[in-house]
Design a binder for this molecule. Structure first.
Ligand SMILES: [Ca+2]
Length: 187
């Protein structure tokens, strides 16, 4: 019969081994499918308060938030009003292009009353810019997630700018809510 100490040691080692195996599998899934979100403040909030940190607001002095968010999006979202065509109101965040990354996934949640608001990723070169992906939303009047994959052109741009635009419309007081914006490298 196996001595008590040796048996306990075997069980401890077995459990430890299984735990390590499980952790490695979970990490492997995270690493091989999608990397971490490259954007800062993707949910427009910090410690339960709304926040525009890391985002640049264009042509909208009365920047607002809505206490409305999709599942997993905390409490707040950003609220952009419609403007007459061509649209002028948008927010953006620019990041340096990560080295050795070519394939990306761009995703966001939107809740809007009219079709036409859109998110896009722009590649920025020293003397020009290029739209890499543009995702138009549909009129849902409820939260919907939009996901799109794209690949960097060659040569790769110096930086990437994520833009979220309000819809162009003549109807007053139409707003688009955005939340949980993500730009991830696909490995
Ligand atoms: Ca949020």
């Amino acid at each position: 019969m196996m001595p008590y100490g040796k048996k306990t040691g075997f069980i401890v080692l077995f459990v430890l081994g299984m735990t390590l195996l499980t952790c490695r599998t979970q990490t492997g899934v995270l690493n091989t499918v999608y990397g971490d979100n490259l954007l800062q403040n993707p949910s427009f909030e910090e410690n339960g308060n709304s926040s525009s940190a890391f985002w640049k607001i264009h042509n909208y002095p009365g920047f607002q938030f809505a206490k409305d968010a999709p599942e997993g999006g905390g409490e707040w979202s950003v609220s952009l009003p419609s403007s007459w065509a061509p649209p002028t109101v948008y927010i953006s965040q620019t990041i340096p292009t990560p080295p050795n990354m070519r394939d990306f996934q761009f995703s966001f949640w939107a809740n809007n009353q009219v079709t036409g608001s859109y998110g896009k990723v722009i590649g920025i070169y020293p003397d020009t810019t290029q739209t890499l992906v543009e995702v138009r939303t549909t009129a849902e009047e409820k939260w919907k997630q939009y996901v799109r994959a794209f690949q960097l052109p060659t040569p790769a741009p110096d930086s990437l700018r994520v833009e979220l635009w309000a819809a162009p419309t003549e109807i007053a007081r139409i707003i688009t809510l955005y939340d949980v914006v993500a730009l991830r490298g696909v490995e």
